[in-house]
Design a protein around this ligand. Structure first.
Ligand SMILES: Cc1cc2nc3c(=O)[nH]c(=O)nc-3n(C[C@H](O)[C@H](O)[C@H](O)COP(=O)(O)O)c2cc1C
Length: 411
């Protein structure tokens, strides 16, 4: 039998300690996000459908992206016990310089569309966190303005080699002059992937007003206020001809780029050069043998070839074949710091985040990107402590099993 008593006022008072209310709406909103998926939910609520879908979407049936995310969820970690790791050091050296965390910000095109602060928010947040920021050829902020937002930190430039080679070479020179230390040469975009959401939404650059967009704008006045009261949304380094991003990519990109272009860029670029969008062992070996400083295993966040290999699945085999000294990096599908820990354990030297950064940006501009980085940092530190490792270098393949759902027939 439970014996009951009359509640004592002193005990009642103890449980009635109310939290101080947070009057800053943005801070309240961002603090409520505990995961990158929470930031995505906020982003979706605050951003017009066409802009959100441009960011969130991938190519065709979006299978490359969902498989890449699934592959990270299918990780099994193997912790060691009674190995105290009260403090963890998350810093790494990559491509000749430091990063306070084992990830950097991936290049994304048309970033001020997501939220007006765009690349400035990304570069500023990267500077504050001590991680590299990558500016896209299709960026909406100039090379020089990114440098001003991250004057002492590491800036990387992503290059598309375009039909008009001189435009690409001009950008390479400007990025070098501005002190960017690494060039990412993207090679997975001979033509644009079929981004069906953009087609269905009638999304074009520059954005056009239709009855649909106006109706969709009603619950999202802040985005439209920003859009209408800040400098015109346009590519900082490319002339805009109109059309969807896919149409624009197809008119600007050259489907014939080859190793010859890599050699020319290598000669023009004084810093480190990495090839982004590598998707098999053979290419990885050839590129590392040809003397590039690193490769990024990536399928462009699933935005190019659908049903492409999952970059995280390729990682162990590629590292085995090219050697553990080569700088092999990975992106696509990272939504949790534990995904980054798993990648580092399987031999990646670094990782990149695309949408995770953009969801933060859409959820709250610069502070939203800070929140993205804080969430990932927390997850990385906690996962390392739970695994019983104190430094990134201590992470090893033995800490991770990749469970496979989709296994090739006959294996
Ligand atoms: C909205 C958006 C725009 C992108 N633009 C570019 C780009 O201009 N150049 C490029 O090399 N990759 C681009 N990417 C690919 C990213 O650099 C990165 O490979 C990808 O986002 C990683 O996957 P994740 O979004 O799952 O992290 C873009 C990705 C997104 C989501």
């Amino acid at each position: 039998m439970v014996t009951r008593q009359f509640p004592k006022p002193s005990e009642l008072l103890e449980v009635m300690s109310f939290k101080k209310p947070e009057f800053n709406g943005k801070k309240r909103r961002l603090d409520s996000a505990l995961t990158i998926y929470d930031l995505r939910t906020i982003a979706k609520r605050r951003t017009p459908k066409a802009a959100f879908d441009y960011t969130d979407g991938a190519a065709e049936g979006e299978l490359s992206l969902s498989r890449a995310r699934q592959a990270f969820e299918d990780v099994e970690f193997h912790p060691g016990v009674l190995r105290p790791a009260p403090d963890v050091d998350t810093s790494v050296e990559v491509l000749g310089g430091p990063s306070a965390l084992p990830f950097g910000i991936a290049p994304t095109g048309f970033t001020r569309l997501m939220q007006t602060e765009g690349e400035i928010a990304g570069a500023g947040a990267a500077a504050a966190a001590g991680i590299p920021f990558t500016l896209s050829t299709l960026g909406t902020t100039t090379i020089e303005d990114v440098k001003a937002a991250n004057p002492n930190g590491r800036n990387w430039f992503q290059l598309y080699v375009m039909r008009d080679r001189e435009i690409s070479y001009g950008l390479v020179k400007r990025a070098a002059e501005a002190g960017f230390d690494t060039l990412q040469f993207t090679v997975d975009t001979p033509v644009a992937g079929a981004r069906l959401r953009d087609k269905r939404n009638g999304f074009s650059i520059p954005p056009q007003l239709t009855v649909g967009t106006i109706l969709n704008a009603i619950p999202r006045p802040w985005w439209w206020y920003d859009f209408l009261t800040t400098p015109k949304l346009e590519f900082a380094s490319l002339a805009t001809t109109g059309g969807t991003v896919g149409e624009l990519l197809n008119s600007a990109m050259d489907p014939t780029i080859s190793y010859d272009d890599l050699a020319i860029i290598r000669d023009l670029w004084p810093g480190k050069i990495v090839v982004k969008g590598v998707q098999n062992v053979e290419d990885s070996k050839r590129l590392i043998d040809s003397g590039v400083d690193g490769i990024i295993l990536s399928n462009h966040g699933g935005r190019q070839l659908d049903r492409a290999p999952v970059p995280f699945h390729l990682l162990p085999q590629v590292v085995r074949e090219v050697g553990s000294d080569a700088t092999v990096m990975v992106d696509t599908g990272i939504m949790n710091g534990a995904d980054i820990v798993a990648s580092m354990a399987l031999g990646a030297k670094f990782t990149l985040i695309g949408r995770a950064y953009l969801y933060g940006l859409m959820a709250g501009g610069r502070e939203g990107v800070d929140r993205t980085i804080a969430i990932l940092r927390d997850e990385i530190e906690r996962t390392m402590k739970l695994l019983g490792v104190s430094t990134i270098a201590e992470l090893e393949p033995k800490h991770v099993t990749q469970l496979h759902r989709l296994v090739p027939l006959g294996s």
